[in-house]
Design a protein around this ligand. Structure first.
Ligand SMILES: [Zn+2]
Length: 278
């Protein structure tokens, strides 16, 4: 039976496990292992070794500890054979336990520019990244903003440095355009470019007005990246992580594989006012 949970559904490897074409066991490494470890953490199991590397945590390494925790999960289920191997029945049981989303984040899109990456792809990518952790990205509204010629001139290029809290200036003016959104939702603005041409997005916004701004030339994961900045907030460190598989790598806009988050980042995101339990 195919997997149903948002965490596992997009993973080819885990779907192969679910259809009995492969198993995950000690020695396996990679994103599929990371997703299983994260699922186990969310079910209340602890893995101090596998979560010790803050840049890619859980580490995606199926070692002694993961085997032990899988065995424990199997024992606790009372129906699975406790062999410490994630096979068809074990992945299906994990999937069944985590079928529904536990949190949701509502996004309102406001656009003054066409994006290089099709909009539906940026949205779908954000859905997949956060969905891996049981967080549902909801499209709340979309508006293409009609600008006056003065506004067109002004917002052709956003001439302001990106800061966490934007008290005034072009970002503020921009983020005041269009229909407002509740303070528990995030506004996502698509613009042409920034004065700093290397900048692809900015998570800065006015207090209690969560918003981020994305440049037209941004990559397929940048919307998810900037939304993640808003969700993590200004107090979370590190802001960017050196591991290029993480969504919050500073300069990895053209990732090919679906990026991951660390358990610490996910825990912080779940505390955001914009991330509501469902
Ligand atoms: Zn960033």
């Amino acid at each position: 039976m195919a997997l149903a949970s948002p965490r596992f559904k997009p993973s080819n490897t885990l779907n192969k496990v679910a259809t009995n074409r492969t198993t995950l066991q000690q020695g396996a490494v990679g994103r599929a292992v990371h997703l299983v470890q994260m699922a186990l953490l969310d079910l209340g199991y602890t893995m101090p070794n596998s979560t010790s590397n803050a840049n890619y945590s859980p580490d995606g390494i199926y070692g002694e500890e993961t085997k032990r925790v899988v065995k424990q999960f199997q024992k606790d289920s009372r129906t699975l054979v406790d062999d410490g191997v994630v096979g068809q029945k074990t992945i299906q049981e994990l999937d069944r336990r985590l079928t529904t989303f536990k949190h949701r984040v509502r996004l309102h899109f406001r656009s003054i520019a066409l994006t290089n990456v099709p909009f539906h792809r940026s949205l779908a990518n954000a859905e997949v990244v956060f969905g891996q952790y049981g967080i549902k990205i909801e499209f709340a509204s979309g508006q293409s903003l009609g600008l006056t010629s003065d506004q067109q001139q002004l917002f052709k290029k956003i001439d302001q440095d990106c800061k966490w809290e934007l008290k005034d200036g072009e970002f503020n003016q921009l983020q005041g355009l269009g229909s407002p959104a509740p303070a528990s939702d995030i506004l996502v603005f698509h613009v042409n470019t920034f004065a700093d041409n290397d900048l692809l997005g900015c998570g800065g916004h006015a207090k209690n007005r969560p918003a981020c701004t994305i440049a037209a030339r941004a990559g397929a994961w940048d919307t998810a990246h900037e939304v993640c900045h808003v969700l993590l907030g200004s107090s979370f460190a590190p802001v960017h992580v050196p591991d290029h598989r993480n969504l919050m790598h500073a300069t990895e806009p053209f990732l090919t594989a679906t990026p991951v988050l660390t358990d610490r980042q996910v825990a912080q995101i779940r505390t955001s006012v914009c991330c509501a339990p469902i």
